[in-house]
Write a protein that binds this ligand. Sequence first.
Ligand code: KMT
Ligand code: NI
Length: 177
Amino acid sequence: MDLEGWYMDSSDEDKRKPHRLNPNQPASLDVLAKLGVFYRKLNADFYETDPELEQIRKDQGYSYMDIITIHKDTLPAYEEKLKMFFEEHLHLDDEIRYILDGRAYFDVRDKEDRWIRIAMKKGDLITLPAGIYHRFTLDETNYTKAMRLFVGEPVWKAYNRPADDMDIRTKYVVSLQ
Ligand code: KMT
Ligand code: NI
């Protein structure tokens, strides 16, 4: 199945819960594409030798790649990092993530500033455009393994909201019109 997105409720309880509205209000791949968020499905069982992934990396210029395992026993400074990832932020470059194992949520803001929660699972590759406000959390399974792709040398710096005056933000907002 494709990845699933939905509009979030505004409750402050456990970020790892789904936070669906009642009734659920889905956000389609089409809605996400209009925000500049793109999705691909790959076979993560053989990511090390996958010609499809190779082709994407070549076409998109994703020269950099690493793998992050987010679990309390494997990730140094686990709590601090998860806290940072869940702060609403943007980057100067696209954020490209490919889930190799486990699950996770990426939340992105839509044009009306509503949160859309994107449920990522094994085989899901997503690109978040530079300048989009977003955040990341594990779900209740508390584990994911993700490939991070980047064009050239990676820049991980996150600019927490408010970053409305940044050129990259203006550029992104203009691109939505
Ligand atoms: C980010 O900048 O939001 C992240 O790197 C999220 C964690 S990587 C799976
Ligand atoms: Ni980010």
